[in-house]
Design a protein. Structure first.
Length: 950
């Protein structure tokens, strides 16, 4: 064996290739390293060989990395071999690695389907929809399904459609559909209406009310308390035999407690509230059964419509790849046997992020002679929002550990080789405080004992004193339109200032990363780092689709497609693409387009702006009766000229339409408005223009798939901009970039970095709110299932009701969401090798409130790690277990004070080393402004820019 000497635990994990191994191990303990070892040994085994190993990774990037690591390991083994035959074998295996079966599960499924389309019953030329495309089709399918439902004329259907928002029905339908498909159901159906024993639930409510009456009457008799006690008394009189109809539901709704003071928060009061919720859920399930049945029809109709839209395009979405591949392998004995015979080894990395459907694929591929090797860490499961199910991992682990696999063992790895011991100590302490059942890691790397040198783990806590931070004397550089509150900006500045200090002591900014849960406040971090001279670079997420030029062009194209789209019209007019019309002018336009109120005292009615613009152009003034001519006259002449130009050009482009294709239309739109020139003269103009070139290429590709439909293309751009990339590319180092990188925690999965910052720990947890929840149940002996379902449905003119198990399922989902948030922090912190910078804002008042769960992570950390005390000090962190290291955390409390904002805002001299000049792309010079901005220079004069790399 080569590379770093393996530990006993690591050697044990790969000792016997004849065993099935479930390796449960923490962050940085060498799971992937060991998987590579096992792969390489099998690759040079004459009975196996590279082509008979199948390895699954979680992302394409991880697959590439695994392939590289395997190749490097084989090369090392080859160079150390003394026997020339052995060396030759290593070399051959290394060569074959190029074609090895190392891929994501999706990638593998695609390969299987492409090899056997006839057997799978799919079009051999099938195409895989990317996520935004699939979203768009799904939305179309939903609208068609809703139409079907409504046009049935069934009054219940009409009531459902009328009493719930379209958006809400869409979300319910899709979330249920996706969830059920991830469990392996190819044609998802909502479960039968929840069976509800209303009599039993009412009886429970009566009992709870009787029990609560006494204890709840002990508090002060305020009017609210008296009203509550009356409700409880009424509930105690309910008849469990009452018919579960709307009247009863109505009555139960009136029994909900409203405030009333402490005495209602005690156990009996809480038990009453729970019993009332359950009774309401049960009665609603019966009384609103018909509404639920309509919802089931909607989901079924959606499924059919979606299937047929995909069918028309010979398209499969990501989930189809898995569903179809599993169906193929299950249904076709010959094929299944072939794959089972082919693969002697099946390996799965990051197993904690698989779901039931993916497990069934693994099972289908696993024959009696296929050896399984799965590795994972349940505390790093962070893909619940994509239906990863950590319970699959837990169940499988338990099966291995309890001897459920005749040939299998469950093994641990406990030494962390990635992080400095003080970091291991801190992440152990966080894990123990935040993650139920957490197992601490030992330090694999030995380093100077803690206590020598500066602490390498820091925790900066910024008080959520918004007014304090906004105070002028503090000197925080706030922008008038900043979307982030002042304390978040202060936090970003604290981090940037600290990173700058580190850079000044010789740390390389390119080794620093900022890992964020979400990009909500990314602009604040970007600005703070940029002001600190640290040249930030946002990886993924804010890529191409959120570039200003793409937004501008989308607005422009949307106006060309439909000038009555006011939002797009205003966006286009305000952008440089539409002549950068001033906000005042836009306001005047809006007011001028309004029609006068028909009655005294009523408001003006807003009209579309486009007809007014057209009139201004044709008549020089609005037609009487079409808006307020006098207001339009307030628009200054030069602005009027801009509007005039804009309207003419849009008119021209509309009349020629998409002739010559969408690509050419995008180009004409960009050039006709002079946007090309306006873009090029700006800072980094060539990069900006390259984005538009890329948009043209996308327009061409779109047209080849969907035809020259401008409206559809605009819609497509909208969904792309709104959705995140499936796999945010986390370039290990953005090419040629020497500054600090910002990325999401998800994008950093499996990677490691020298200095890691995990800020924004004060954000509210995302617990995922959906109004429909389905939960797979156990299978009954007769083959039916005990699925659970809960849904919140609106009713015309009344408050919405929660049917079935909604309350319980919602709580369950919120608990899972909270656990996943804690795991995200753990994943982020365990990426650090040498230094870890934690930070967050917190509200001092929230430190005392119970319960702890679901509070922001910063609060949870203060309460568990710091014993509730956020004050500045160096905190000793004891070892979390006998073989775990001890460490220290440098805690810093930062409150607003005069001048502190200025201290945190260093002058922006770059500290990052200048990147080496690259001959192939000379540094960007600002091009000379063209002689006439307003036209005269055609796009073709700029064709030199075509040669850009995009
Ligand atoms: N026995 C070992 N000795 C020294 N370093 C190791 C050892 N095993 C793994 N490493 C290193 O520890 C880091 C984490 O390993 P990796 O396999 O990526 O862990 P995991 O997949 O468990 O997160 C890597 O940099 C790896 O090279
Ligand atoms: Mg790994």
């Amino acid at each position: 064996m080569s590379g770093p000497p393996r530990t006993d635990q690591q050697r044990e994990a790969v000792r016997d290739p004849g065993r099935d191994v479930f390796l449960r191990a923490g962050a940085g303990t060498g799971k992937t390293t060991v998987l590579v070892d096992r792969f390489c040994s099998a690759a040079v085994d004459p009975d196996v060989g590279v082509e008979r190993i199948l390895a699954f990774t979680f992302t394409e990037r991880a697959a590439d990395q695994l392939r590289r690591r395997v190749r490097a390991e084989l090369a090392r083994r080859g160079s150390q071999a003394t026997d020339p035959d052995e060396a030759e074998m290593m070399r051959e295996a290394e060569e074959k690695t190029e074609r090895a079966w190392i891929s994501t599960i999706h990638g593998f499924c695609r390969r299987v389907l492409a090899s056997h389309p006839t057997a799978a019953g799919i079009d051999p030329r099938f195409r895989v929809l990317d996520e935004p495309e699939a979203d768009r089709l799904a939305e179309r399918a939903f609208d068609a399904a809703l139409d079907d439902l409504v046009s049935s004329g069934d009054p219940e259907a009409l009531e459902l459609a009328a009493s719930n928002w379209r958006r809400s029905l869409l979300e319910m339908t899709r979330s249920a559909y996706d969830e059920l498909r991830s469990q392996g159901r190819a044609s998802p159906e909502l479960p039968e209406p929840p069976a509800a024993d209303t009599a039993a639930r009412i009886a429970e409510l009566v009992a709870a009310a009787e029990a609560a009456a006494g204890p709840c009457s002990e508090g002060r008799q305020t009017p609210k308390a008296i009203a509550n006690l009356e409700r409880i008394a009424t509930a105690a009189q309910l008849d469990p035999g009452a018919e579960a109809a709307m009247e009863l539901l109505e009555q139960l709704a009136g029994l909900k407690l409203d405030g009333g003071g402490q005495s209602f928060e005690a156990d009996e009061g809480v038990a009453y509230k729970r019993a009332l919720e359950r009774a309401r859920g049960a009665v609603a399930a019966v009384a609103m059964r018909e509404a639920y049945q309509q919802l089931r029809k909607l989901v079924a109709a959606f499924g059919e419509r979606y299937e047929s839209l995909k069918g028309d395009r010979s398209a499969l979405d990501f989930e189809d790849l898995q569903l179809e591949a599993v169906a193929l392998l299950r249904g076709n004995d010959r094929l299944r046997e072939r794959y089972r015979e082919q693969f002697r080894h099946l390996m799965v990395d990051e197993f904690q992020d698989t779901n039931a459907l993916q497990l069934s694929l693994v099972e289908a591929l696993r024959g009696p002679d296929t050896r399984l090797f799965v590795v994972g860490d349940e505390f790093q499961s962070i893909y619940g929002f994509r239906h990863a199910d950590v319970d699959v991992y837990r169940r499988e682990h338990a099966r291995f550990a309890e001897g459920g696999e005749p040939n299998g063992v469950a093994l641990p790895l406990t030494g962390n080789f990635r992080s400095a011991p003080e970091i291991v100590a801190a992440t152990n302490a966080m894990g123990s405080g935040l993650l139920p059942g957490f197992e601490p890691l030992a330090a694999g790397v030995s380093e100077p004992a803690p206590g020598t040198g500066d602490p390498v783990v820091e925790l900066a806590l910024v008080t959520e004193d918004r007014a304090g931070w906004e105070d002028g004397t503090v000197g925080l550089p706030l922008l008038p339109d900043d979307p982030s509150p002042a304390h978040k900006i202060a936090e970003a500045r604290v981090l940037a200032a600290r990173m700058r200090e580190l850079a000044a002591t010789g740390e390389d900014p390119a080794e620093m990363v900022v890992l964020l849960r979400a990009f909500t406040h990314v602009a604040a971090y970007e600005r703070a780092l940029s002001d600190a001279g640290l040249d930030p670079y946002v990886v993924g997420g804010r890529g191409f689709w959120s570039q200003q030029q793409i937004e501008d062009m989308r607005a422009l194209l949307a106006v060309i497609a439909n000038p009555l789209d006011d939002e797009a019209l205003f966006g286009a007019l305000a952008s440089p693409a539409g002549g950068a019309v001033l906000p005042d002018t836009l306001w005047l336009l809006r007011r001028a387009a309004a029609s006068p109120p028909r009655e005294e005292g009523r408001k003006e009615r807003a009209n579309h702006v486009w007809p007014l613009l057209r009139d201004l152009l044709a008549e020089g003034a609005p037609t009487p009766g079409n808006g307020f001519a006098d207001r339009a006259e307030l628009i200054p002449d030069d602005e009027r000229a801009r509007l005039d130009g804009f309207t003419r050009i849009v008119g021209g482009l509309r009349s020629s339409g998409a002739e010559g294709g969408l690509e050419s239309l995008v180009e004409r739109a960009a050039t006709a408005f002079g946007y090309d020139l306006a873009t090029l003269v700006r800072d980094q103009g060539r990069e900006r223009w390259a984005n538009i070139r890329k948009l043209m290429r996308l327009a061409r590709e779109f047209e080849s798939r969907e035809g020259p439909d401008l409206g559809a293309f605009v819609e497509y751009l909208g969904t792309r901009a709104a959705s995140r990339d499936r796999e945010a590319e986390a370039a290990t180092r953005a090419e040629g970039h020497a500054g600090v990188r910002l990325m999401t925690v998800h994008a950093a999965k499996g990677l490691e970095f020298g200095i890691v910052a995990v800020p924004d720990l004060g954000r509210k947890l995302q617990l995922g709110w959906v109004s429909l929840r389905v939960e797979a149940g156990e299978e009954r002996p007769d083959g039916t299932e005990t699925a659970r379902v809960g849904v919140q449905l609106g009713r015309l003119g009344r408050p919405s009701e929660r049917l079935g198990d909604y309350e319980e399922l919602k709580e369950l989902a919120a608990d899972r969401g909270a656990e996943e948030e804690a795991r995200l922090v753990y994943v982020a912190a365990t990426r650090a090798e040498r230094r870890l910078l934690l930070s967050g804002t917190f509200n001092p008042k929230s430190l005392k409130k119970d319960p702890l769960a679901r509070r922001p992570m910063a609060v949870q950390i203060i309460r568990t790690l710091l014993d509730g005390d956020p004050s500045t000090r160096v905190l000793d962190v004891p070892a979390a277990s006998a073989d775990a290291p001890a460490g220290r955390v440098d805690v810093r409390l930062i409150e607003p004070a005069p001048g502190i904002g200025a201290e945190l805002t260093p002058s922006a001299a770059p500290v990052a080393a200048e990147p080496a000049p690259d001959a192939s792309s000379p540094p960007l010079g600002r091009p000379d402004p063209p002689p006439a901005l307003a036209g005269g220079l055609s796009y073709s004069a700029l064709s030199g820019f075509e040669r850009c790399g995009f």
